[in-house]
Design a protein around this ligand. Structure first.
Ligand code: ADP
Length: 374
């Protein structure tokens, strides 16, 4: 196969997913190690989102044609504008993390909506699918995941690298292992950035299909910086159906959109209550709020999780429901949610495959993308 055929083959692989959302990629020319393309796509969070598209295209091409060093986008309107990945590119500061194929973040506009509960059960549900999963608890305001997994400390570092703790087959690092719970909040903001950087790059994660990150709640500076610096492939926003939480979820969603982090959708926690005696469903808050917000903000509604004693008690006990009651209705809700998210994120990033390693995150300066509006 010659170079042109290999590049066409790469693009053929990603076209079906793009075209589903009205996006496309057209090969115009190849000159030496430069590929000239026309890209089409606008749908935020979908495979055709420009950011996702560029990352997918770069990854796919370099898998088939590693000699390619530059991908040049030629826009159809004839005007001239040249931008490199280092200008305004939210991924410019990110480096690939060896061995980690995908990073999915769990976020919320405010605390107390069950973000950590969702993150931990989601990670365990991915594990139950046979995937290799790590969990990074970056919630500075309430690192509760060690308690939920019944872990109190990490093993000692080896060769100056942190070793993650293990629980139910998950690899776990939590900011709670390193920051005393009574340390003043003012310390924590600046510490978290350094800590996250270390947690991504100085931890012996080994090979992971997915690293799940439990982000701190809110839409402040810490979250914004995190969203820009952590190479997240997709973020899930957790909300509850109450109006206040939904307003915060909207804020969160807008923040991620602004920094071009693909938003996978919204999941509504404590969505409804099923009476343990008569099995009747009660919508404690108004029903359908998360679904409405998702629709309004043009993102996917990923599911609803009931308010349930077993979900709370199992987390408090250190054995979340997905592992302590794997065949229960409650565990099934989390497993179904995990399936929806996993299918979406792997479809969104067509270059994902079982042998690849987070290839869609370019090392700074590795493959410059020039946007030429000419
Ligand atoms: P956050 O990370 O958003 O601050 P947590 O996951 O720590 O929230 O949850 C806050 C509290 O709510 C915890 O006691 C947790 O057990 C409980 N909780 C979370 N989700 C549910 C649920 N679906 N049903 C019952 N209790 C829940």
């Amino acid at each position: 196969m010659n170079q042109l055929q290999r590049i066409e083959k790469a693009l053929d692989r990603i076209r079906p997913a793009l075209q589903k959302d009205g996006g496309n990629v057209e090969l115009l020319d190849v000159q030496g190690n430069k590929v000239y393309l026309r890209l089409q796509g606008a749908c935020q969070g979908c495979p055709s989102s420009m950011v996702t598209l560029k990352r997918g295209v770069m990854a796919a091409i370099t898998q088939e044609a590693p000699e390619i060093t530059e991908v040049i986008e030629v826009a159809p309107d004839g005007t001239e504008r040249v931008t490199s990945t280092t200008d305004n590119d939210p991924w410019a500061g990110q480096a690939r993390i060896d061995g980690i194929k995908l990073i999915i973040a769990i976020a919320s506009g405010k605390g107390g909506v069950g973000k950590s509960t969702v993150a931990v059960n989601f990670a365990l549900a991915l594990k139950a699918k046979g995937l290799k999963v790590g969990l990074l608890d970056a919630d500075i305001y309430g690192p509760s995941i060690p308690t939920m997994l019944g872990v109190t400390h990490v093993p000692p570092p080896v060769n100056e690298r942190l070793t993650p703790a293990e629980a139910f087959g998950l690899k776990l690092i939590s900011i709670g292992f390193f920051v005393p719970s009574d340390s003043p909040m003012i310390w924590r903001g600046p510490m978290v950035m350094k800590a996250i950087d270390q947690f991504l790059h100085d931890v012996s994660w080994g090979e992971l299909d997915c690293l799940v990150i439990d982000l701190p709640p809110g839409t402040g500076d810490a979250q914004l910086t995190l969203a820009q610096q952590v190479p997240v492939d997709g973020v899930v926003i957790v909300t509850t159906p109450s109006d206040v939480a939904l307003i915060d979820a909207r804020r969160g969603l807008q923040m991620f959109k602004k920094v071009n982090v693909p938003v996978l959708g919204i999941v509504e926690n404590m969505s409804y209550f099923i009476c343990p005696h008569c099995d009747e469903r009660t919508d404690i808050f108004s029903a359908g709020g998360g679904r409405d917000v998702a629709k309004l903000l043009e993102t996917e509604f990923l599911g609803e999780i009931p308010l349930d004693t077993m979900i709370r008690a199992s987390g408090d006990r250190g054995a979340p429901v997905v592992v302590s009651e794997p065949d229960s209705k409650q565990a099934k809700v989390f497993k179904d949610f995990a399936d929806v998210v996993w299918n979406k994120v792997t479809r969104m990033l067509p270059s994902w495959n079982k042998s690849a390693c987070h290839v869609f995150i370019p090392k700074p300066g590795a493959i410059p993308v020039r946007i030429m509006t000419k």
